[in-house]
Design a protein around this ligand. Structure first.
Ligand SMILES: *Cc1c(COP(=O)(O)O)cnc(C)c1O
Length: 420
């Protein structure tokens, strides 16, 4: 089972140490890397080379890890960039735009009656403002008072296996997480102070109470149920499945597989709760969510990204992702002692994964050595040591055309260099 927080943490630590190394010896990180895009006509000065990152001295990487925020999430389609640029040419009343975009998204996703959506600055922001809205309703004093919960409910129930770094966004409202493991503990935990029951969908298989039962129990007690489904597309149907299941609020990342703007996400949910969430968010000023501003460009970009994502041939995409991994697998398994295995996480990052492992008697380098050598190669390639231990683990859905060839070649080179 692949959960998000571990790779995030690993990559975060990796990037911290890389940044420290860069301070010590900046020249080590420079060199020719990922192809530059041609500069737009008329750009002189900064950006004139077509590679803004290299101009700043930061090396872009080939991303074999997937939609990681620490690597920049995903890449927008050109049409998304185009509509964002159109959006940037006019002033517009932001609240009116949020509501109108939410209506369009509701139609695009064919959400059930009584549901709507807003664009937030990410799934994390959707979690914070969604809960804030449940706590405050439309009470202006409560909205201004958060995270002081005087007069409001104070508890959110979560299963122990569902705890993860993103529940910081829930705790930031001032609530206390009440952690349970069994149905019995849940029954005892529910009380008049319970504001919400939170479900982290990537942990569905780890908890005693699964996704459909969780919402039923919540509703039997008149408690709103929230589901963090940030990284849960593909499959595309997850964009409406949880609303159909009855979840009151649902958070998605815009800048992961949907390939919307990196600073965008969706809060889908019951109309009143979504409206309360918006009251707790930018552009409203005396609010907890004012720090999570979402711009007109992101709101519009998210509408376009969803339209394009829904129209995509998902089976063809999946076949292409598998083909890339097959290519890499074929190249590395030619090396004696190297083996590969494929897997598909059930939920969250539900895309083909490739695990590459080797007999340490025949290839002496450790997975961490190989991962570090890939990172230092030109172009720089990010593929982490497997969470399972004993190898490397990668996916291919964020690779750009032909990058699988570069990865196959470099990886084979590095493994061969350490062959016994
Ligand atoms: C990525 C992620 C988030 C945060 O999403 P953003 O859109 O980056 O704010 C929250 N929860 C889970 C499980 C995630 O994978």
């Amino acid at each position: 089972m692949f959960i998000n927080q571990n790779p995030n943490r690993r990559s975060f630590l990796g990037s911290v140490s890389a940044a420290v190394a860069a301070l010590v010896s900046p020249s080590r990180l420079f060199g020719k890397t990922v192809a530059a895009t041609p500069p737009p006509a008329g750009v002189t000065g900064f950006g004139a080379t077509g590679n803004v990152y290299e101009e700043l001295g930061v090396t872009p990487v080939i991303n074999g890890e997937g939609t990681m925020t620490v690597l920049g999430g995903s890449l927008m389609r050109p049409e998304v960039e185009a509509v964002m640029s159109m959006a940037g040419r006019h002033f517009v009343p932001i609240l009116e735009l949020e509501v109108a975009a939410g209506n369009r998204i509701t139609q695009l996703l064919k959400l059930p009656d009584g549901y709507t959506a807003i664009v937030t600055s990410g799934a994390a922001a959707a979690m914070q403002s969604g809960l804030a809205g449940i706590l405050t309703g439309d009470n202006e004093q409560f909205i201004q008072q958060l995270p002081d919960l005087t007069g409001m409910k104070t508890e959110v129930i979560i299963q122990k296996s569902h705890r993860n770094p993103f529940d910081h966004q829930l705790r930031s409202t001032g609530i206390k997480l009440v952690v349970i493991e069994t149905r019995e503990q849940l029954a005892r935990a529910i009380n008049p102070n319970t504001a919400m029951m939170h479900f982290s969908n990537f942990a569905n298989s780890a908890g005693e109470i699964k996704v459909e039962e969780w919402v039923k129990i919540a509703h039997a007690h008149n408690i709103p149920a929230f589901i963090d489904a940030a990284a849960d597309t593909p499959p595309v149907s997850h964009l409406w499945d949880y609303a159909q299941m009855g979840y009151d609020l649902i958070a998605f990342s815009g800048g992961k597989a949907i390939r919307g703007p990196q600073c965008a996400g969706l809060l889908v949910g019951k109309k009143d709760l979504v409206a309360y969430a918006l009251l707790n968010n930018s552009p409203h000023e005396d609010t907890l969510g004012r720090s999570q501003k979402v711009g007109k460009e992101e709101v519009v970009g998210m509408v376009k990204a969803l339209e394009l994502y829904l129209a995509e041939d998902h089976a063809a995409l999946n076949a292409e992702w598998q083909r890339r991994l097959d290519y890499i697998s074929a190249a590395v398994t030619k090396i004696p002692g190297v083996a590969t295995e494929f897997s598909l996480p059930d939920v969250a990052n539900h895309v083909p994964h490739l695990h590459i492992s080797w007999d340490p008697k025949r290839v002496s380098a450790t997975p961490r050595d190989v991962s570090a050598a890939l990172r230092q190669s030109k172009p720089s390639i990010v593929i982490g040591a497997s969470e399972r231990g004993g190898g490397l683990s990668m996916n291919s859905f964020m690779l750009q055309p032909d990058e699988e060839k570069i990865i196959a070649e470099k990886l084979a080179q590095i493994l061969k260099a350490h062959a016994a």
